[in-house]
Design a protein around this ligand. Sequence first.
Ligand SMILES: [Zn+2]
Length: 190
Amino acid sequence: MSGRKRPSARTASPSSSSSSYGSSSSSYEAKKRKRQISLSTFKNWKSKYDEELQTLTWLDCDRDKGEVDALWCSACRAYKGAIYGMKNYSEAWIAGSQNQRVSNVVDHGNSEQHKVAMCRYRQAQAKSSSQPVTSYAPIAKSLLNLGDTDKARLRRKFDICYMMAKEGMAFEKFAAIYELEQRHDVELGT
Ligand SMILES: [Zn+2]
């Protein structure tokens, strides 16, 4: 078999052979290039994926009459400064994504940059509405679930640590102080 170098008509420039396919082909190409969803589909996505991805909070779009022109994320736009340059950072959902597929929405909702932007967004929301730190900070949140006895124990341990830090004491001394406190019937837990 010697190399067959027969030029194929199929690989010829598409513009030169478009006439034989007629106008249906070019309109198909146009649709393929830009698949637009209707505004009602967009609203449907926004509510349908809210539980899983909080889409009501961030999913937005540029409108073109009754259709969606581009999808974008209000959280990533607002906190671009915090996410810029992250691993796999993408400008698509900030500038406006032309990829109008559910999978694109889901992928963005699960992306690292988006999660960071949403975290910033929630912190700002909580601060602006003067919600307590326990409404968004995980460690503070877990403290809420402590019973009164555990809270008291934690406070005593914290007092010891605070005193030690203030006095510049080595942390190895903690065990000795802890034992002494227990001998004095101070309930510290384990
Ligand atoms: Zn986002």
